[in-house]
Ligand binder design. Structure first.
Ligand SMILES: Cc1cc2nc3c(=O)[nH]c(=O)nc-3n(C[C@H](O)[C@H](O)[C@H](O)COP(=O)(O)OP(=O)(O)OC[C@H]3O[C@@H](n4cnc5c(N)ncnc54)[C@H](O)[C@@H]3O)c2cc1C
Length: 429
């Protein structure tokens, strides 16, 4: 569902089977074994862009092989460096990658969010300039939407862009800009008509982070790792050809982009989801016993603690039901339905489910999940393992997922109004 933007003639079931066979064989031959495990830490994740770096040779190989297939962007047209796959083929590729537990070869906000809106709203020149480098993982984009007084109420943003010859002069600041200090470019919302109704005076502008007048300042996070920045724009000159969509129509472009953002977050991917199996962790930390007679596998074991067994089983069922629902949505997109309309539902459910799973992991590990950088005293059982430290950080990080991309409360408002059609306070005005 990564930007369902390309259309191809329907393939017959036989052709899709052939495609599945080819994909499976290619992945088996080309995905290095070490790339068939979840990324356990931030430095295991490859971010595209001019500063791309690879922790191991396998990371580099996997990145380059997928790039050369055009499979960073499987559904983008080949003329822009994409794989040219239909939705059905892209679904097969995603499922075959999941079957082998292949990691995403790179993460790039440009691909998830900006690319699909450029395909929809961009000029031919913008598509030719920006999409191919994105599809090759050469340019890293960040998102400059939020401002100190414009988060949930994004349309209150104040950063202004004033026309000056062939350029705009941009002045103001953005906050919570993820990875701004490592990005090559930023897509922003700017105020271009201060007199208009707030949504109607906003434009969508692409800005090169190397432009004179831009400074970034990292912000520390509770998890101990900082990817947030403040970005300051001091009279930054930006070519008018970098305007996406019409002047003062940026809100329409932004709403579409946020749908793609929520869709991407609903998927979470290997990097967003806890890589730990709740059942395995519970057996390891709380003990296990032989499964009751009649289990399909006679060697099977089950979590010894009955209360935790129920909790893990319920979470596993919710997880499975969610993944099946996602798959159904992918198939509906393939059949032409506009599943983007329900992205808030997916974003809401997946981020809340991830928080519940992380809470269960904390309960399973007990004091072993209270590690930070230092070790534990011997009475408490010695130093923390890397997995235990990762669980602690994962639990903290899971909290932010229900804030970024629009908070849980905002998703519930959107679901109430746009999905369920319930009246809102605005309607009574
Ligand atoms: C991990 C992460 C990554 C992020 N990355 C980026 C990024 O790259 N670029 C970017 O521009 N921004 C980014 N953000 C910022 C994010 O978009 C904002 O934090 C978010 O929109 C909330 O805005 P706020 O922090 O100003 O909170 P506020 O809007 O001040 O909200 C505070 C609280 O009030 C509640 N609330 C507000 N309005 C309503 C309402 N109408 N009804 C009910 N409840 C309401 C909210 O749900 C929240 O609980 C990121 C945030 C996180 C956590």
């Amino acid at each position: 569902m990564n930007g369902a933007v390309n259309s191809m003639d329907d393939l017959s079931p036989g052709e899709l089977d052939d495609f599945r066979r080819d994909v499976r064989a290619w992945l088996e031959a080309n995905c290095p074994d070490s790339m068939r495990t979840p990324a356990s830490d931030e430095d295991e994740v490859v971010w595209g862009g001019s500063q791309v770096s690879f922790k191991t040779e396998d990371h580099r190989l996997w990145f380059e092989r997928m790039r050369d297939k055009g499979w960073f962007t499987p559904q983008w047209p080949t003329e822009y460096g994409g794989g040219g796959l239909s939705s059905e083929q892209a679904g097969i590729l995603a499922r075959e990658m999941a079957r082998l537990h292949c990691r995403q070869p790179q993460i790039n906000l440009g691909i998830w969010m900006l690319g699909p809106v450029l395909l929809e709203f961009g000029t031919q020149e913008q598509k030719q300039t920006h999409l191919p480098p994105m599809a090759r993982g050469e340019v890293r984009w960040c998102q400059g939407f939020s401002e100190p007084n414009a988060g949930s109420d994004l349309a209150s943003l104040q950063m202004k862009a004033v026309p000056d010859g062939d350029d705009f002069i941009v002045t103001g600041s953005k906050i919570w800009t993820s990875h701004a200090d490592k990005s090559d470019a930023i897509y922003t919302l700017v105020r271009t008509d201060p007199e208009a109704k707030k949504q109607e005076g906003i434009s969508f502008l692409l800005i090169d982070m190397a432009s004179p007048g831009i400074t970034t300042k990292p912000i520390e996070l509770i998890s101990g790792k900082s990817h947030f920045c403040e970005v300051f724009f001091d009279q930054v000159r930006v070519p008018q050809k970098n305007l996406v969509g019409e002047l003062n129509s940026g809100w329409t472009v932004a709403k579409r982009l946020m749908q793609h953002e929520r869709q991407a977050m609903a998927h979470l991917g290997d990097e967003g989801q806890s890589p730990y199996s709740l059942a395995d962790m519970a057996k390891q930390y709380l003990g296990c016993r032989a499964a009751e007679a009649g289990a399909a596998d006679s060697d099977a074991t089950e979590i010894a603690d009955a209360v935790m067994r129920d909790r893990v089983a319920a979470l596993d069922m919710d997880d499975m039901a969610y993944k099946l629902t996602l798959r159904r949505a992918a198939e509906e997109i393939a059949a032409g339905d506009d599943a983007l309309a329900t992205t808030s539902t997916f974003k809401y459910y997946s981020t809340e489910l991830e928080k519940r799973k992380n809470e269960a992991l904390m309960a399973i590990l007990g004091t072993r999940a209270l590690g930070w950088d230092g070790g534990l005293s011997d009475e408490a059982g010695g130093s923390f393992t890397a997995d235990e430290l990762a669980v602690t950080r994962g639990w903290l990080s899971s909290k932010v997922m229900s804030i970024g991309g629009g908070t849980t409360e905002i998703q519930l408002n959107v679901i109430a109004k746009r999905v369920l059609g319930l009246p809102s306070a605005d309607d009574s005005a």
